[in-house]
Design a protein around this ligand. Sequence first.
Ligand SMILES: [Cu+2]
Length: 126
Amino acid sequence: MKNLRLNRVFSLILMIAFCMACSAGDDNLDQGMAPDKKQDEVEKEMTTITIKNMAFSPAKITVEKGETVVWVNEDVVPHDVTDFINQEWTSGTLSTGQTFKKVIEKELDYFCSIHPTMKGNIVLKK
Ligand SMILES: [Cu+2]
């Protein structure tokens, strides 16, 4: 009799522990999946230009009018994205890992004002 009762208490403890582990696992799954999915959706709607090894890559892109372009500085030094013709607009200094977004309404020639040999060009789809 005593053994049976002990067995029941032990099974109960096991069940509670199992349930707690289960719900904890579900929480982790929810938290891990949701933000990743959202980020993927955002990336699909934008054209990304990577800044790396002292260059814009790709240096020349073609986009639809009204499309958003995002520059990502993956280089080890700071860069910027600045209007080449008359410095009408600029991203300001972008440190490693920082990004700059711009909605493209017209064709653009741009450069990095910190390293003026770095140039890029955006053309509109016709
Ligand atoms: Cu630069």
